[in-house]
Every structure is written in structure tokens, then in C-alpha cells.
Ligand binder design. Sequence first.
Ligand code: ZN
Ligand code: FE
Length: 242
Amino acid sequence: MRIVPVPCLSDNYAYLVIADDGRAAVVDPGEAPPIVAALAREGATLAAIWATHHHPDHVGGVKALLAAQPDLEVVGHVYDRDHGRITGLTRGVADGDTIELGKVRARIIHNPGHTLGAISLWLEDEAAVFTGDTLFAAGCGRLFEGDAPMMHASLQRLAALPPETRVYFGHEYTASNLRFAAHTEPDVPAITAALADVTARRARNEPTTPSTIATELATNPFLRASAPSQFADRRRAKDTFK
Ligand code: ZN
Ligand code: FE
């Protein structure tokens, strides 16, 4: 099994999950052409689309991929199925469900907040999780449909995954997220170091995906909401969910 990030649109990441038998699932195809090119480059055959949520920058490519290959399995949360929010969805999933691609198994984690039907896909055996717009490197998604307590609970569930778990997130927002983190917690060495490292990587145009749960516990203000340094300045703490 291997995971291949595919940049889409201006700052989105889709991902190919390629099983050992050469079949692939694509997570969050925001547009079709880069996915088709990546599949050809990797010599993989598309078998499924796994959508973390219904926003167009994550499912904008579904229609074209389905037009070329009508037999694809399209997975999304039951909320998005019941509200008709993902074109061509063939399989609605709920928290705790397992989906499979060859020998690869992904567990569904329902994490409402950014949207009500947002899910993460946790590949426990591969120590990897796809978090869409719920958990970013050093940040989290905006609250379009849920509220702050809902998002906090969702993030806490992701924070409880094994620390070595690689985090494959939906947008390249890492540098600006770390600048915000350094503002809220100026005296945390892990954040200062991460900001320097990520700034250098972005200057070389390198992607920052994946992160890890361990890195996020050390640097992400939204997973550190109970850290004492978060409460040094009440006004900054109040900015946490914006
Ligand atoms: Zn979104
Ligand atoms: Fe998005």
C-alpha cells in the first residue's frame, strides 16, 4: 500500500491510496485532471472515491471521474447521502464503519464541526488518517455547520489516535497556521521550530503533508486548548475558534 498526495486547485490535497493489487481509492478529488494524471503516473486503476465532506473543493472532480468510470464506489457520510450533497454517492457510512480497498481497511471517524457530515478515514494498520478540513497541520477547519464544542470533541477524538499516525490533511495552510500558533503561544519551542522548518520547506515549494498526531499535539493550538500557555492571555484564547 502506498499513499500519493495529489495537489488540486490552488491549495487542496487529494490523495491516492494504492493497494498492492494496483487498485486505488482517491480521497477528496477536488478536480479530475490531476487525479487522472497521477493514476497514469503511478500505474494504478481507480476503484473508489472517498469523500471527507461535501465541499466543492473536495468533490468537484467526482462527476468527471464517474463519467469516465461509472462503476466507481463513492463513499461519504450518511448525512451527506441523506441531504443529497455528494453527486453519485453509492455508499453512505457512519462512525465506526469499515471500508476496504483490497487489503487496505479504513475506519470511519465521524467528526462534525466544519460540516455536519465530515468524516476522517483512519487506516489503523498503516498508521495513517485522512482528515479533510477537520484537522490541518497546526490548524483546523472553519465552523461552517457545527459549533465550537462539536469541533473540539471531533478534534479530541483525532488527538487520541496513536501518536505515530500520519495525518493527511486537506489544504496547504501549514505556514500561516503556524504563524497563528506562534502568535497564541510565543514561548513554545516546538512551535517556533516547526514554523522555521515549514517556512523553509514552503520556500522550496515542498508540500508539508503528512504531519503526525505527535507533531500536532506539540504544535496545533486547537489540540492544545487545555495547555497552560493557551490561557496566558484570555483574549488570545478566545480567538482560538474563529
Ligand atoms: Zn471544506
Ligand atoms: Fe476544503
